[in-house]
Design a binder for this molecule. Structure first.
Ligand SMILES: CC(C)(COP(=O)(O)OP(=O)(O)OC[C@H]1O[C@@H](n2cnc3c(N)ncnc32)[C@H](O)[C@@H]1OP(=O)(O)O)[C@@H](O)C(=O)NCCC(=O)NCCS
Length: 173
């Protein structure tokens, strides 16, 4: 899979992405807005473990965001089970040197379209922590609708946080 976004790509992960993944993912400013399953500190072995899982995924729904040289971020979606099988949660992060350029907003739009088109999903949602203003803006700019506030739904680094529920539906629903 490869989607071109201006001078960037959303593409399949490759084993050769391990050094870039480790270099950029090892950043507490990224980890603070993600689940605890995202390691912090992020070690080379964590990058290897992630790549091993993603390279085995079939169908694969986790992708690298990349420029011509290297991977600079991650974006993916995971469909639910049972009655939630047509609904997927989206997640993403971008390497800090590339923040503020609108790259992730375009990637979210492109991957959402791809997921609706190729996976027949009805709904894609994201649940940023309520204090994650950048991610909230990304979702708004990418055409997601704020559906609600999940009060005290998270404990991150000892802080009780609300989450915001954003979703986009397949055209026609
Ligand atoms: C969330 C993340 C991907 C955003 O990346 P980015 O490169 O800043 O995104 P964009 O440039 O596409 O858009 C960011 C928007 O947020 C705005 N923004 C960022 N920080 C802000 C702040 N503190 N206050 C107000 N607006 C802010 C920017 O101005 C921009 O909006 P604009 O285009 O209207 O000016 C990046 O910060 C990241 O990787 N964070 C850590 C992981 C994460 O939070 N993942 C999402 C979990 S739900």
């Amino acid at each position: 899979m490869q989607l071109k976004i201006d001078n960037y790509y959303v593409r399949n992960w490759q084993k050769s992405d391990i050094p870039a993944l480790f270099k950029y993912a090892d950043n507490p400013k990224i980890a603070v807005n993600l689940r605890d399953a995202f390691p912090s500190p992020y070690k080379p072995a964590d990058a290897e473990k992630f790549l091993a899982i993603v390279l085995e995924m079939n169908p694969c729904t986790y992708f690298a965001i990349a420029n011509h040289e290297e991977a600079i971020g991650s974006i993916g979606f995971m469909a639910g089970k049972d009655v939630h099988r047509f609904s997927a949660e989206m997640g993403y992060w971008l390497a800090e040197p590339f923040w503020g350029r609108g790259i992730i907003t375009k990637a979210v739009r492109a991957v959402t379209d791809y997921a609706f088109r190729e996976f027949g999903l009805n709904r894609i949602y994201a649940e940023p922590f309520a204090d994650n203003i950048a991610s909230v803006r990304v979702l708004e700019k990418a055409g997601f609708t704020l559906e609600g506030r999940l009060r005290a739904n998270v404990v991150k680094r000892g802080k009780v946080l609300d989450q915001l529920l954003f979703a986009k539906l397949r055209e026609g629903l």
